[in-house]
Structures are given as C-alpha cells and as structure tokens.
Design a protein around this ligand. Structure first.
Ligand SMILES: [Zn+2]
Length: 128
C-alpha cells in the first residue's frame, strides 16, 4: 500500500474493520480515503460502521437516488420482500429507492401486508 495515495472503499457498510482501517490509513499512513456506503438499512437503522467513520471524515456528501414512485429525491430504501435480516443482498428486485413520503407510506403497506398474511396463516392452520 506504500505506492497508493488514494484508497476507495465501496459498499462500506459490509466491512467490519472499516473504522480501524480508515483511521490507520488516513491518520497514520497519510492516505486519502474515499468511502461510499449506505448510512442506514431498509429500516433506517445504522448500517455497519458507516456512521461511525463520519467522525473521522474531512467532508461528507449525502447522495440520493430518485424515488421510484414519484421522482423526488430518494434518501431511503424500501424492501419489497418479507425477509427481515439486515444483510439481504439484492438489486432492484429487492430494494427500491424512495422519498420520505413514500418510505413512510411503504412501511405502513408492508406492515399491513404482514398482519394480513399472518392472520391468514392463523386461519389456515386452524382449518387444518
Ligand atoms: Zn416518492
């Protein structure tokens, strides 16, 4: 790594040693470190160490996508499946970028769907 002046890290939310690595590379080795990653998961919970390294950063740029439903700036992700684990690798088939309004509306739809599906499971199992 001695020959490198700049280090780029993508999908930073998946690196467990992100904080220590960035600290070492920037503070001790004098490297310029450019990090890209998600600051939150589909439930807007902190994802990996991305929020922790903001304290180490000289500057931070929050990027957005376009809301798939209305075209406004999209800061959030809506998961289209019932899977609940934080790390579910997928693209447009699993996630869609959404604006705040459609995130909030989407969470209501997802929760309502879950409740309806669970009540049907209970009805089905009681019929069996
Ligand atoms: Zn929208």
């Amino acid at each position: 790594m001695r020959q490198l002046d700049v280090i780029g890290i993508d999908e930073a939310q998946f690196f467990e040693d992100l904080y220590d690595f960035c600290c070492e590379a920037a503070d001790h080795d004098g490297k310029t470190v450019i990090v890209a990653g998600l600051d939150g998961d589909y439930l807007r919970r902190s994802f990996g160490s991305v929020l922790d390294i903001i304290r180490l950063a000289d500057s931070v740029t929050k990027l957005t996508a376009r809301c798939e439903l209305c075209g406004k700036r999209a800061s959030f992700l809506l998961r289209k499946t019932e899977e609940t684990q934080t790390e579910l690798i997928g693209g447009a088939d699993v996630y869609m970028p959404v604006c705040r309004q459609h995130y909030v509306n989407g969470q209501v739809v997802v929760e309502t769907t879950r409740i309806v599906l669970e009540s049907q499971k209970i009805q089905c199992s009681s019929l069996a």
